[in-house]
Design a protein around this ligand. Structure first.
Ligand SMILES: NC(=O)C1=CN([C@@H]2O[C@H](COP(=O)(O)OP(=O)(O)OC[C@H]3O[C@@H](n4cnc5c(N)ncnc54)[C@H](O)[C@@H]3O)[C@@H](O)[C@H]2O)C=CC1
Ligand SMILES: CC(=O)[C@H](N)C(=O)O
Length: 349
């Protein structure tokens, strides 16, 4: 795993990473806290960071009861991001150096509970960013294609452009980007953010508009039939989980002086439901019925089709490895193992 990860880093970043990997060299690896770690992305990131920095140096947190295997794999703490003093206690006790803030309500579920989305996505972020300022911690918080709106140029969507999202999720992420950049400018906080496309993984997602692109793999394996909640021609930016995790690690390890901005678009590939269906059909039989969900279609119609990521490539060596064609057979294999033997959760540790 380490070798694979290091291979795809650019030369300066690889040198930087080696500083953590060689035991006789300084500085020591960072102690990292991940919020919302039991969601779609958290445990995969924890696994990668633990392999790089050491098992005890990555503390997973969430408000949910973890599976036993999570408890066995390294430190896990209950942490509600709305409880600032509880969070502070954990940060101090574990002598945390950097935070990856994943807790959030995603686009579709946020529209179902705007009050809770405001609390988790905005109040929770206030708590995190203030604690990072007080304790001088590096902070990574992902943004999203959902931070753009219908007025944004769709193809390609640049880093700096109009952002008038029409979901509470998008509004809270624009606020997060701006507040993070403000704290960097005003207090020198080492805030970093990447705007993720929809992430595709065998770990199931938690209430987003891009979730169909995970569900389709489960349906292909389980029943051979998928009901798609988006129209067949809805093009959205997407990314395989391995590339997503690499982006977090690379961005966090990048020397501060190489960053020319604090929020970056990152892209891998874009596709429509019709295109992913055709790709899956190359491997397994699959029929599809388009039962469009008006709320999610309305959200997707306001999002970019293709993100422009040239600044991330130039500044910190962003270089995704997976295309749609490469990802589909991997996903089918992962989902098959997940369904047959719960292998995916085991793979995480
Ligand atoms: N999964 C995706 O396709 C994308 C994700 N992102 C961002 O990446 C981050 C992680 O996303 P996912 O893992 O997919 O999200 P998820 O919805 O799967 O997980 C979020 C986690 O936050 C936790 N949480 C909710 N309320 C909390 C609270 N009060 N205190 C502490 N934890 C709480 C939940 O228990 C859950 O485990 C989010 O910030 C999301 O906006 C951005 C773009 C795409
Ligand atoms: C793209 C995202 O931020 C997320 N997957 C969602 O659909 O809400």
């Amino acid at each position: 795993m380490l070798n694979r990860s290091r291979q795809i880093l650019s030369e300066p970043l690889r040198l930087q990473c080696c500083r953590y990997l060689a035991s006789d060299q300084k500085p020591t690896p960072p102690r990292t806290l991940i919020t919302g770690s039991l969601g779609q992305l958290g445990l995969t990131l924890a696994k990668e960071m633990r392999s790089r920095y050491g098992r005890e140096r990555v503390v997973c947190t969430d408000i949910r009861k973890p599976p036993k295997i999570v408890l066995q794999s390294g430190p896990y703490r209950y942490a509600n991001i709305l409880n600032k003093s509880g969070l502070e206690e954990i940060l101090v006790e574990h002598r945390i150096d950097q935070v990856v803030h994943f807790s959030a309500l995603l686009s579709a579920i946020g529209e179902q509970n705007v009050t809770l989305a405001l609390q988790v996505n905005i109040e929770g972020f206030h708590n995190i960013i203030d604690l990072c300022k007080i304790h001088e911690l590096k902070l990574f918080c992902p943004s999203t294609i959902g931070a753009f709106g219908p007025e944004t140029p769709k193809n390609p969507t640049p880093d700096l452009t109009l952002q008038r999202p029409k979901t509470i999720y998008g509004v809270s992420k624009v606020y997060m980007e701006l507040l993070g950049e403000y704290y960097h400018h005003r207090y020198g906080l080492d805030f970093r953010s990447a705007r993720f496309p929809g992430i595709i993984s065998a770990t199931t997602p938690g209430g987003g508009t891009t979730d169909y692109a995970v569900q389709i793999f489960y349906d292909a394996i389980e029943s051979g039939h998928h009901e798609c909640f988006l129209e067949p021609n809805t093009r959205l930016p997407m990314m395989y989980i391995s590339d997503c995790i690499q982006s977090v690690v690379q961005m966090m390890e990048c020397p501060a002086e190489e960053l020319t901005q604090r929020t970056y678009n990152i892209a891998a590939f874009s596709f429509t439901p019709a295109e992913i269906v055709a790709e899956v059909q190359k491997y397994v039989p699959l029929t599809v019925e388009y039962k469009v969900d008006k709320t999610r279609q309305k959200i997707a119609s306001t999002w970019p089709e293709v993100l422009e990521d040239k600044n991330a490539r130039k500044d910190w060596g962003w270089d995704p490895q997976y295309t749609l064609e490469k990802m589909v057979p991997y996903m089918l294999q992962k989902v098959k193992s997940q369904l047959h033997s719960e292998q995916v959760i085991k793979d995480l540790f």
